[in-house]
Design a protein around this ligand. Sequence first.
Ligand code: SIN
Length: 432
Amino acid sequence: MRAADFLIIGSGVAGLRAAIALAPAGRVVVLTKADPAESNTGYAQGGIAAAVGDDDSPELHAADTVRAGDGLCDESAVRVLVGEGPAYVRELLEWGTRFDRDARGRPALGREAAHSVRRVLHAGDATGREIGRVLWNLVAGLRGVEIVAHALVTRLIVDGPHVVGASFVDPDGTSHEIHAKATLLATGGAGQVFRETTNPGVATGDGIALAYHAGAGVADLEFVQFHPTALNLPGVPRFLISEALRGEGARLVNCHREAFMSRFHPDADLAPRDIVARSIMREADSTGGDIFLTLAHLDPTYVVERFPTIADMCRRVGLDLARDPIPVGPAAHYIMGGVYTDGWGRTSRPGLYAAGEVACTGVHGANRLASNSLLEGLVFGARAAIAMQSPAGGGDFTPAKGWRLRDRYDPGAPASRHQPLASEEVRDLMWR
Ligand code: SIN
């Protein structure tokens, strides 16, 4: 049996940002089930949204987030995200993150669907990889942070109501236990539950299952976001074709090469992601043909320079991103629900915290605004680390208004985080 002060399960942006904050306060162990850099973070293309532009404000960012979330966001969580976000992004800049710059040398701001202004900082079309690089470099230099790779966590260790660590299996199949005063789930999403997904193989929903089996509350698991534009070629992985392309003018067309999104929403190609995904399915059904993204009306040099990773991926499958119609379709991308937490990452079990995609703070409502996920990982990873260092976890779990662990499941009620299932009740429903 090993012991640490702080145990972090997962090594994406939320886990790494928490590790950086926790390192001065005690011994930190990070368990990661694959190679350290393999997480959804590294696959994030579009960028990180933050209200840093002259025409922007946290209030405007909040309004866009709530509108995209179908009005089902927890507005206090949204205020935290958009209010604290810019400071965490500035910190990334100070740490050497190489975001693209505009002519004045300031971070260039991209546009994505459902944002009313340009607010997405980006590093080409591989922003997650760049942020991951910076966070990893920092973590690697921290004494007192131990990374254990290829550690598959099988169970959280529970002592009464408290979570006190985790069991994991190493690549030889040997089991280990590690005890900690505070354990953070930062295990990312669950896209691999679906056949069509943009997520890497590690996104198997482990954190939600671990928390649920330890008796922590989970919420909003039905809120799964399908990204509208994954590459749709038979036999080829569903590679993400970033929404940032539509932000720069790319258009969706049907099999007759007609643009159709304005028939479904006034914002046309820049409508919220859930609306675009559903519209694509409806248009494909009604025309009986595939849907494509076209950039042929844009400057080809700009397209290839701005989106080098996507252009390269298209080239490998015989497509010219700047010229050819690119076949696209929806694929599971992000789960808005997860382990229910308050604004400090505290779950309903003392000693257990969650941050990033595995958590459900309610910040995304029913549909996440593009490029809010890296921001979520930074802000709530750092906040969970603050709570983990405080005596007694920084206070009691304070669920949002309307949430009670003993709420009864009502099949007639509208699906929203205000009717979450306590894990005991999920268990009842599953095994009845
Ligand atoms: C994209 O680049 O389209 C994805 C970004 C995100 O999911 O926020």
